[in-house]
Unconditional design. Structure first.
Length: 129
């Protein structure tokens, strides 16, 4: 199991959020744990720029050689950018989930899910290891 970055917030659905405290635009991705559980990611479908997302709603899908999983938005707002590189090369989700494998950016305009700290997320996933 890879390390869990301390500076991020985590959802129980295995998404991470960066920048929630610093600005109104946050970056969303899936965790290394989720990527490991999925296996080799072969397809990523994420919301289009300009679309509105609600916290806790399924907004896309990630398909791997093993399964298809929903992507949930941990925050409410407008999608302002998608990571075209991950659409073009879904394996980035596996190789760099907290870096080049980010999924989309949201201008937060509403509620966020109750996010977990890195320590709480580690405890959540420890039972599954």
């Amino acid at each position: 199991m890879s390390s869990i970055p301390e500076e991020l917030g985590y959802s129980k659905e295995h998404e991470w959020v960066a920048g929630l405290d610093e600005s109104s635009v946050v970056t969303v991705g899936i965790t290394a744990y989720a990527a490991e559980q999925l296996g080799d990611v072969v397809y990523v479908q994420i919301p289009e720029a300009g679309s509105t997302v609600e916290a806790g709603d399924a907004v896309g899908e990630i398909e791997s050689t093993k399964s298809v999983s929903d992507v949930y938005s941990p925050v409410a707002g407008e999608v302002v950018e998608i990571n075209q590189a991950v659409v073009d090369d879904p394996s980035l989700v596996n190789s760099d989930p907290y870096g080049e494998g980010w999924l989309f950016r949201v201008r937060v305009s509403g509620e966020a899910e109750d996010l977990l700290t890195a320590e709480e997320y580690a405890a959540l996933t420890a039972g599954d290891a």
